[in-house]
Ligand binder design. Structure first.
Ligand SMILES: CC(C)(COP(=O)(O)OP(=O)(O)OC[C@H]1O[C@@H](n2cnc3c(N)ncnc32)[C@H](O)[C@@H]1OP(=O)(O)O)[C@@H](O)C(=O)NCCC(=O)NCCS
Length: 100
């Protein structure tokens, strides 16, 4: 078995009260251009692109101490649905509904 973590993911999906969702893996704004509204525009466009494709919810995982990402995601409707440890770090699983 080359990817043992998939077993945990499979069980997590089977017992999940939220349906399996597409997941945004990583997004970033260059350090020199932060706090100018680019992240907000980027995430709003991403939400719109999901909607256009009929995707009504998606997930994100971020470090629990990532205040910029958490604040921004919450402004666009994300809710924290799980707190967990990953690679020794406290992480948050965020779920955004686009049809609410
Ligand atoms: C998260 C990230 C993409 C935000 O991009 P950005 O262009 O700086 O964000 P915006 O300028 O659009 O900020 C929108 C709002 O988010 C919140 N926010 C952004 N940066 C913040 C910070 N450092 N502290 C607190 N709130 C913050 C604010 O409410 C802000 O609105 P305001 O500036 O009117 O107060 C950027 O910080 C980043 O690239 N971080 C590193 C990568 C990362 O952590 N990605 C997310 C995990 S995948």
């Amino acid at each position: 078995m080359s990817r043992p973590y998939l077993i945990k993911k499979l069980f997590s999906n089977l017992t999940n009260k939220f349906p399996p969702a597409p997941e945004g893996l990583y997004s970033a704004v260059d350090v020199s251009a932060r706090r100018k509204g680019i992240g907000m525009k980027l995430y709003m466009e991403l939400n719109e692109a999901f909607r256009e494709r009929g995707i009504t919810y998606f997930e994100h995982r971020i470090d629990a101490d990532n205040l910029p990402a958490l604040t921004l995601r919450r402004m666009l409707g994300a809710k924290v649905i799980e707190e967990f440890m990953e690679y020794g770090r406290r992480r948050l699983r965020l779920y955004t509904r686009l049809d609410a």
